[in-house]
Design a protein around this ligand. Structure first.
Ligand SMILES: Cc1cc2nc3c(=O)[nH]c(=O)nc-3n(C[C@H](O)[C@H](O)[C@H](O)COP(=O)(O)OP(=O)(O)OC[C@H]3O[C@@H](n4cnc5c(N)ncnc54)[C@H](O)[C@@H]3O)c2cc1C
Length: 267
């Protein structure tokens, strides 16, 4: 049973910013929020529906950035031609999120704002050094997705802020990316993303879902990626999907698999 609440349906960004606050929370697909409310973990007075705000929608190129609106649903992101062309790894990650209902209803913005540790999307976006755009009555600010996912179920968003979009920089050297995940329940136990710049050799390895927040390592070349070091440095959360020791082991195995996948593509 959901606790009682009012639903606000602002038509403009300004109306939405006027409507949100500590107990008046943004609502998009509701796949996390309504679950949390049903479980008695959250009792907002008002849900402010952000689905109809044009500023939070759309997938487009803006200069050197691929911009994905916060309300874009996982299945739209997965199938969008610009995402498939420029960041095929993200398209593949989005195609494998949860189940058909979650992909059809859940948004990329809701995923990041909820900061559920067992997520794939944040891990993939951090590999691409994506940036989150936030807006409040005081103005706009941008921060990396790595900073935005501040802790388990805790994003760096203030109660008067909306996440507008996520920007993936495309202007630098070409990036080739891989993502592998280990999943035995409906959410991932572990996800490993690698972004590799063939021109410079630089590699960014992000390990998510296994601990409270995604963790990042950088290496000078793919053959320098040290799976044992990563496995020893992750901070796994023991739970029904495995003990700390088991999750360290699986981390090493999946980092090696991600490297093998990258190398076998000749990158
Ligand atoms: C069964 C299940 C399986 C899942 N499996 C996976 C998986 O395999 N991989 C994965 O990555 N994720 C997975 N997820 C998480 C899924 O991606 C998220 O539930 C979904 O993206 C959340 O989006 P939403 O629009 O429904 O958010 P909502 O539930 O509407 O909102 C979530 C939170 O974000 C806030 N919020 C939403 N939009 C904004 C905004 N624009 N600005 C500010 N605050 C905002 C809300 O106030 C709320 O606190 C799974 C979820 C479920 C329920």
């Amino acid at each position: 049973m959901l606790p009682p609440f009012r639903l606000a349906r602002p038509k403009t960004l300004d109306e939405a910013l006027d409507a949100i606050g500590e107990d008046q929370v943004p609502y998009c697909g509701g796949t996390e929020l309504l679950l949390a409310m049903g479980a008695g973990l959250h009792r907002p007075d008002v849900l402010v529906d952000v689905k109809r705000l044009p500023e939070l929608a759309g997938i487009r190129l803006d200069g050197n950035d691929l911009v994905i609106g916060a309300t874009e649903r996982h299945d739209r992101v997965a199938e969008h031609p610009l995402v498939r062309e420029h960041v095929p790894m993200l398209a593949a990650v989005e195609r494998a999120v949860g189940n058909a209902r979650v992909r059809n209803q859940g948004s990329i913005g809701g995923n990041l704002c909820f900061a559920e540790p067992k997520s794939d999307v944040g891990t993939a976006l951090i590999a691409f050094q994506a940036v989150a755009t936030l807006v409040s009555p005081g103005g706009r600010r941008a921060l990396s997705v790595e900073e935005f996912i501040a802790g388990p179920y805790y994003s760096a968003k203030e109660p008067d802020e909306l996440l507008v979009d996520v920007r993936i920089p495309l202007g630098g050297p070409e990036v080739r990316a891989e993502y592998v995940k280990y999943q035995i329940m409906e959410r991932p136990t572990l996800g490993v993303a690698i972004a590799h710049e063939p021109e410079t050799g630089a590699c960014r390895v992000v390990v998510g879902a296994v601990g409270e927040v995604p963790a990042v390592w950088t290496f000078a070349a793919p053959d320098e990626i040290d799976a044992d070091t990563i496995a020893s440095e992750v901070d796994p959360t023991p739970d029904l999907t495995g003990s700390e020791r088991y999750k360290r082991h699986v981390t090493g195995v999946y980092v090696r698999r991600a490297v093998d996948a990258l190398m076998s593509r000749g990158s």
